[in-house]
Design a protein around this ligand. Structure first.
Ligand code: MD3
Ligand code: FE
Length: 230
């Protein structure tokens, strides 16, 4: 990924510029940090496949409000698909191959999920992304995610791909210490964010959602986060 060449080179001739010509236009990729990229609207062509797949998942592994080790019930409801799913209870946070509520494996990752995650990662310069976990977060108005790091995965070399659907949200992008200043990043339906490299362990969170219903999803925001957890 070459940050200095993100505008299209329209000069004719010269095979030396072929790789520049292949780069997406500037507005298709906004850089938040050395390894963090917003891909505005990247998921829009996938939405018709994603929404019914999410409904199917939720029938087999219903959304639930997990309890943190500290005893707080999360305002965001969660389910998972893929070989591993993230879960939490009074004993701690962990990835598990089975849904603790049913004892069954998490639903398989639907094919359009895998394709979207792979294509988004590749667009941000992370080729060969093969997620084995997809956390599905569901937000209602007022739900929030306080500042945290994602540290339960084994391989910090793999990026995380995040897909926003439904109501808009304001994402907080912090630093490597909890007290570092945060940048607010508005995210809307269809936006994808890819986090990797030295940005992979930054603190991040989501401000309490406003009640701004979306035409397709009503008063709901869904966030898919794809990870290589195992
Ligand atoms: C930035 N979810 O589930 S993922 C989570 O909108 C989570 O539901 C958010 O944070 C949501 O853990 C957004 C975006 C994300 C994930 C990992 C990151 C942002 C990150 C790692 C480093 C920096
Ligand atoms: Fe997170």
């Amino acid at each position: 990924m070459n940050s200095t060449t993100s505008s299209r080179n329209s000069s004719s001739g010269g095979s030396a510029t072929l790789s520049l010509f292949d780069a997406p236009p500037r507005e298709a990729l906004e850089r938040l940090g050395p390894g963090a990229f917003v891909l505005p609207g990247f998921a829009l062509p996938f939405v018709d496949a994603l929404l019914p797949a999410i409904e199917g998942l939720a029938e087999r592994a219903p959304f639930r409000h997990l309890v943190t080790p500290g005893g707080f019930t999360m305002s965001v409801a969660l389910t998972n698909c893929g070989a591993l799913g993230w879960t939490s209870d009074r004993r701690g946070y962990r990835y598990s191959a089975t849904d603790p509520d049913s004892g069954k494996p998490w639903p398989a990752m639907p094919e359009p999920f895998t394709r979207l995650a792979r294509e988004a990662a590749s667009t941000a310069g992370f080729d060969g992304f093969a997620p084995d976990a997809c956390l599905v977060n569901r937000y209602a108005p007022g739900a929030r995610l306080s500042l945290h790091q994602d540290k339960d995965e084994h391989d910090y070399g793999a990026p995380i791909v995040s897909v926003s659907l439904g109501m808009p949200a304001v994402f907080l992008f912090g630093g490597h210490a909890r007290g570092d200043k945060t940048v607010r990043v508005p995210l809307v339906h269809g936006d994808v964010v890819v986090w990797g490299g030295e940005d992979r362990l930054r603190y991040h969170g989501v401000l309490p959602l406003k009640d701004e219903p979306h035409p397709l999803l009503g008063a709901t925001r869904i966030n898919l986060t794809f990870r290589k957890a195992g």
